[in-house]
Design a binder for this molecule. Structure first.
Ligand code: FEO
Length: 408
């Protein structure tokens, strides 16, 4: 059964959060066994109320139920659409039907995307970057923040309250027990949930995070509460959260962290990689290992989450049908697309009758500016076990490359 929460997070400012335990693949792509929430917010004022964003379409009727607890059709004056992706706008037509006088506000581009919501489109008014809506003693400034996550994305800054309604930005996966980052949740878990969302969903546009955070800084936006449209509300240390977000945009590495990613059909690659990972640990590095085998299948969404802040990658795959093993090829391409930032990589491959995987992975990774430290190929027909000394040599290469002494 779907559950939702309606809670006052500041005087007259409510979160309306639905817990989506059905979506297993966000955007039909990213594995999220932990589920996801959609957070809308409702601001009450003496001159009428303002709704920020909404829920995915299957939950539209539930959103109206939730709204009835905190406002009414004749009180709802504005529906602010910070972002048009349907996980937030899918309920728009239902809410517009429920509140027939409410005006719909959004980025000028949002109006063009509203063909599927005729009631809302008929009441749409674009807002300029920096425009302020004054209502009932509140000042709500709309700040265009393109590519966080689409070009029409904006944030709503409740000036006197210092509450920043951010939609996808600062959002995270997961259905947490608490509403806030400091409630029933470990800080590291809250940050990882945000990190996974930003890499998988906004990772390709990371440069825009830096630009938009710079814009917020210039505008003097220093929130005491960050209210995103997914996951937890940030209240413990919003400044720190903004710093972490910025560091993710720069793919700032965790010292010594090495992503070790492999696929192994019959155990050869796994045997090689396990020995290399062990040698990496002995060299004082911190390998994080993911392996595709005939009994395990890691989540690409988690691999990306660890790729973004690794200092180097060891990637290993067998050749498969004259190509790199397909799941590794997909992971490598997505790492390039979402989480690459000129890091160092060691490529390992095995082959039976023809070697292709290493060459293909090298093409993919060099195409996104990875510095290839070494390429190691094994013929898996025969004695393919890696010698301990060879594993130590590879680990040493990675350690030196991280320290800036080789590779790249
Ligand atoms: Fe949460 Fe870009 O949608």
């Amino acid at each position: 059964m779907t559950t939702y929460r309606v809670e006052e997070v500041a005087d007259g400012f409510y979160i309306l959060r639905v817990n989506d335990r059905y979506t297993r693949f966000f955007e039909a792509l990213w594995e999220i066994p932990e589920g996801i929430t959609y957070n809308a917010y409702l601001l009450q004022t003496p001159e009428g109320d303002v709704l920020f964003d909404g829920w995915k379409k299957p939950f539209a009727a539930l959103l109206v139920d939730a709204l009835e607890q905190v406002t009414s059709p004749d009180r709802l004056r504005y529906i602010v659409v910070n972002h048009m992706e349907p996980d937030h706008s899918g309920s728009l037509e239902e809410v517009a039907r429920w509140a027939p006088e409410a005006r719909v506000l959004g980025h000028p581009l949002a109006g063009k995307m509203m063909a599927a919501y005729p009631r809302a489109r008929g009441r749409f008014r674009p807002v300029r970057d920096g425009e302020v809506l004054e209502i009932g003693g509140e000042r709500i400034r709309f700040i265009h923040t393109p590519w966080l996550h689409w070009p029409e994305t904006m944030m709503s800054w409740l000036e006197s309250r210092r509450v920043l309604v951010t939609c996808d930005a600062f959002g995270g996966y997961g259905i947490f027990e608490g509403i806030y980052d400091d409630e029933c949740t470990r800080w590291d878990d809250a940050v990882r949930a945000m990190k996974k969302y930003v890499v998988t969903v906004i990772g390709h546009y990371r440069d825009w995070i830096t630009r938009n955070l710079g814009k917020l800084s210039k505008l003097g936006v220093e929130p005491r509460l960050i209210a995103p449209a997914h996951g937890l509300v940030w209240r413990r240390d919003p400044k720190k959260v903004m710093e972490i977000y910025e560091s993710l945009a720069r793919a700032e590495p965790v010292k010594g962290k090495v992503l070790v990613l492999y696929a192994s059909m019959y155990g050869t690659v796994e045997m090689i990689v396990r020995r290399i990972a062990c040698s990496l640990s002995r060299a004082g590095l911190k390998p994080v290992v993911y392996g595709f085998t005939d009994s395990t299948r890691p989540l690409v969404s988690e691999i990306l989450t660890d790729a973004i802040d690794s200092e180097a990658i060891v990637i290993a795959a067998p050749t498969y049908e004259a190509e790199a093993f397909p799941l590794i090829r997909f992971a490598a391409e997505e790492i390039c697309w979402k989480a690459s930032d000129g890091k160092r990589v060691v490529i390992v491959s095995s082959y039976g009758w023809g070697s292709v995987a290493a060459k293909r992975l090298k093409e993919v990774l060099e195409g996104c500016k990875y510095g290839v430290i070494d390429v190691i190929e094994y013929n898996a027909i025969g004695p393919a076990a890696i010698e301990p000394s060879e594993a130590e040599r590879i680990a040493g290469e990675v350690a030196r490359a991280i320290a800036g002494g080789a590779g790249g």
